[in-house]
Write a protein that binds this ligand. Structure first.
Ligand SMILES: [Zn+2]
Length: 87
C-alpha cells in the first residue's frame, strides 16, 4: 500500500568514520566498530595500554578512595552472637 521511502532513514547521512584512520566505517555487522578494522582497533588499544590516552581524575596510588573504605564493613571477631564458636 504505502511504500516507505528509504531516503530519510539515514541513507543521506554520512557514514561514521574510523577514529583512528578516518575511513568510513561499515557499522552493521562490524565487530571492530567504531573502528574500520581490527587493525585500527588494536592500534588504538595499544595507545591506551601505552598510556598515551588519559582520563581526567584524581591521582592514583597514595591512599584508597574513601568510598572503598566505606564499603568495607568493620567486623569485630567476637561481637557476632550467631557465630558458632564454642560448639
Ligand atoms: Zn581505521
Amino acid at each position: 500500500m504505502v511504500s516507505v521511502s528509504q531516503s530519510d532513514t539515514g541513507a543521506d547521512v554520512a557514514p561514521p568514520r574510523c577514529p583512528r584512520c578516518g575511513h568510513p566505517v561499515a557499522w552493521a555487522a562490524n565487530p571492530a566498530r567504531p573502528f574500520c578494522s581490527i587493525g585500527c582497533q588494536l592500534i588504538d588499544l595499544g595507545d591506551w595500554l601505552d598510556e598515551r590516552y588519559r582520563l581526567p581524575g584524581p591521582p592514583v596510588g597514595a591512599s584508597p578512595p574513601a568510598e572503598l573504605e566505606a564499603l568495607e564493613p568493620t567486623r569485630g571477631g567476637d561481637s557476632d552472637p550467631k557465630s558458632p564458636r564454642g560448639a
